[in-house]
Ligand binder design. Structure first.
Ligand code: ADP
Length: 157
C-alpha cells in the first residue's frame, strides 16, 4: 500500500522524521509531499526544503520526496496513494487536523487519513519552534537533524 505524507516541511524536524520512520514500517511505500501553499509564504524555498528532506531520508529505501500542488487528495490520487498520513502532537493539533481530514474525506471517499503519533519528546516540536531557536542562535541539536541545523544557522546568521 502506498501512502502520502503531505505538509510544509519548512523545515523538516525530528518530529517529521519520527513520523516518517514509523509510517515507512506500516506502508510499502511512503511519498513525502512538500505541498505548495499560497496561504503560507514559508521561510525556505521549495527546493531547499526538498533537498533537506532528501538528505534525511537517504537511508530509507521505501521513502521518496516530491513537491506537490493543488488539493492534497487530488495529488494523492495522481501518485496512486490511498492513505494520507498526518501527525498529531498535542490536543491543539486535533481540531485543525480533524477539519482537514473531514474535508478530505468529503472530497475523496477513496483516500483514508491515518494519524501517527511521534515520540513524546517531539510533541511540542514544530518547524516554527526550530526557526525561533535558530533566530536566537540556540542549540538546535535536539530539534532538527544536523543538515537542517546547518541550513538554519546559515539562514539566520
Ligand atoms: P502543515 O503546514 O501541513 O501542517 P507541517 O510540515 O507543519 O505542515 O506538518 C505536517 C504534518 O506533520 C502535520 O500533520 C503535523 O501535525 C505533523 N507534525 C509536525 N511536527 C510534528 C511533531 N513534532 N510530532 C508529530 N507530528 C508532527
Amino acid at each position: 500500500m502506498k501512502a502520502i505524507y503531505p505538509g510544509s516541511f519548512d523545515p523538516i524536524t525530528y518530529g517529521h522524521v519520527d513520523i516518517i520512520s514509523r509510517a515507512r514500517q506500516i506502508f510499502d511505500e511512503l511519498v513525502i509531499a512538500i505541498m505548495v501553499n499560497d496561504e503560507k509564504s514559508g521561510s525556505f524555498t521549495m527546493d531547499e526544503r526538498l533537498e533537506m528532506v532528501r538528505e534525511c531520508i537517504r537511508d530509507y529505501d521505501n521513502v521518496s520526496v516530491v513537491i506537490g500542488n493543488g488539493l492534497t487528495v487530488d495529488f494523492a490520487r495522481k501518485i496512486g496513494a490511498t492513505v494520507l498520513v498526518r501527525g498529531i502532537r498535542a490536543v491543539s493539533d486535533y481540531e485543525y487536523e480533524l477539519q482537514l481530514a473531514t474535508a478530505n474525506m468529503t472530497l475523496a471517499e477513496d483516500i483514508h487519513t491515518i494519524f501517527i503519533l511521534a515520540k513524546p519528546e517531539y510533541s511540542f516540536l514544530s518547524s516554527s519552534t526550530a526557526k525561533v531557536i535558530a533566530k536566537n542562535h540556540g542549540d538546535l541539536s535536539a530539534f532538527v537533524p544536523d543538515n537542517v541545523a546547518r541550513k538554519l544557522r546559515e539562514k539566520y546568521r
